[in-house]
Design a protein around this ligand. Sequence first.
Ligand code: SAM
Length: 289
Amino acid sequence: MNCEFFFSFFSLLHSGGFSLVHHLLKKYNIKGGTFDQHFLVDTGYLDRIVAAAELKSEDVVLEIGAGIGNLTERLSRKAKKVIANELDPALVNILHDRFDSAGNVEIIAGDALKVNFPEFDKVVSNLPYSISSEITFKLLRHKFKLGILMYQYEFAVRMVSSPDCKDYSRLTVDTYYFADASILMRVPKGAFQPAPEVDSAVVKLVPRPAPFEVRDEAFFMKFVAAVFSQRRKKLRNAILNTNYMLKIPGIKEVIDRLPEELMNKRAENLTPKQLAELANLIFDFNQKK
Ligand code: SAM
């Protein structure tokens, strides 16, 4: 399986105009840096993100961390409505200043992890990186058609990895359980102000039912977390060592009844479907006791 990702040179070379977003940062005297504030100032990338969302005039779009509204403005031109969430009260004021007269931008102030999101069709965001994992799985509990989301590059690579690759992880399996994920473009740090320390990537998420059966979702999630916390250990030992998480009585007996061939593999060698089949077997043995 190929573990590398190849992007067109255009991803790295493409660069748009810088003037309007710079002007807004100057006008409102916004320096960034706190609250994961790295503003996408390269208008070429902003346009490509909006194009990737394939917005229709009936779409309701959620944006997390709307900042000064550089993406919000572009989204509001094409969508029926934009729900713009932002944590920083100073930026919330700027969003009201810029969009209260627009008529199709609803501003939700507060922590994206705590506020309730109204229904939405698409989510398009340059996410605050420190909440990448939590916010992604909060979003994936909602029903929506498409996500176009910016993450740190390394995080994005872990989301879309494959078995037997070094980046294949709990994040890969959990993401695959909820959605098809692919990297659309790599975005260099220089496209932001202030520049983050690492490059970013835009990920396309298309939610769908899991393409395999999971008997008990909570147990499957716990199982994946447990075995990937011991990813270098063979599954037999990984399961034994993490039974404080799984809480299966008589775990040794259960393992003895599982396919020997699988027990000699590591979590990183199994596809999401194989991991689900194993979790189902353990769950069923436990139920039958
Ligand atoms: N949307 C702007 C852009 O594309 O340039 C800003 C993106 S910046 C990477 C992340 C934004 O998320 C910042 O405006 C920051 O204040 C906001 N933010 C940080 N933590 C947040 C949270 N927990 N909930 C909502 N917004 C948050």
